[in-house]
Design a protein around this ligand. Sequence first.
Ligand SMILES: Nc1ncnc2c1ncn2[C@@H]1O[C@H](COP(=O)(O)OP(=O)(O)OP(=O)(O)O)[C@@H](O)[C@H]1O
Length: 266
Amino acid sequence: MPSSSSPLLKVDRLAKSFGGVRALDGIDFALAPGELVGLIGPNGSGKTTAFNIVTGVLKPSSGRILFEGAEVTGNRPETNAALGMARTFQNIRLFNDLPVIDNVMVGLHRKRGPGFLATVLGLPAARRSEAAIRVRATEVLGILGLKKRAGERVGSLPYGDQRKVEFARALASEPTLLLLDEPTAGMNPYETADLGATIERLHRELGITTLLVEHDMKMVMGICQRLVVINQGRMLAEGTPAEIRADARVVEAYLGHGRKGRHAVG
Ligand SMILES: Nc1ncnc2c1ncn2[C@@H]1O[C@H](COP(=O)(O)OP(=O)(O)OP(=O)(O)O)[C@@H](O)[C@H]1O
């Protein structure tokens, strides 16, 4: 375990090229244990690429990712998940025809289940473990205010609640690092505000270190302790929401992209 002063996650001189496109060029940032940090930047600035490299979906061209002090660069996503990273996706990935509870239980099976085959065959250890997993999944649904919907088909839930189920699945694995990829994508302003409040509350209550990639400036500025701003694959600024709001380079980068409304920094 890291000491309180050593970062939980360190992104070190990260670079990534896709053919001739230099998507990332020297990205450096770190998350201290317990921090809620927003990774922001205009469209095409490289946020998703950075996120995908941290989680292991993409390999960097150069640079390193350190998690709990150990190098995890180039690890497969499943390896990183087993180490304690849990993520949500930009596009919801749930099993629409399955009940809410089953979708959350998937997150727990990934972490410590007895194995798919043992579960299917209903072997005794698997059955006991299955019961424990169901209890834990129900607890997590309770934290997110979704306990009453546990038995409903997840596809029948409103969009905002489906996002919360994804969130519950990530939390169920008891991650050390929670990575949220544009969780408010496709949400209306009410759902966005509600999810922002949920992320902030869970962070406060559970203290999970969280990296949030998000377009909605109002939400990000409202809940994050610190922001990392990238532009055209490079570091642009880092600081508290108040510092970022007052940073002329950030305002310029967003105005240069014609950002208005929910994307405006001011
Ligand atoms: N698989 C790929 N192949 C080629 N170019 C890519 C690929 N993925 C991303 N890019 C390019 O890399 C740059 C960064 O893209 P990325 O999606 O990481 O930005 P972003 O900040 O997440 O954008 P958005 O806010 O629109 O989601 C862009 O120029 C994009 O076109």
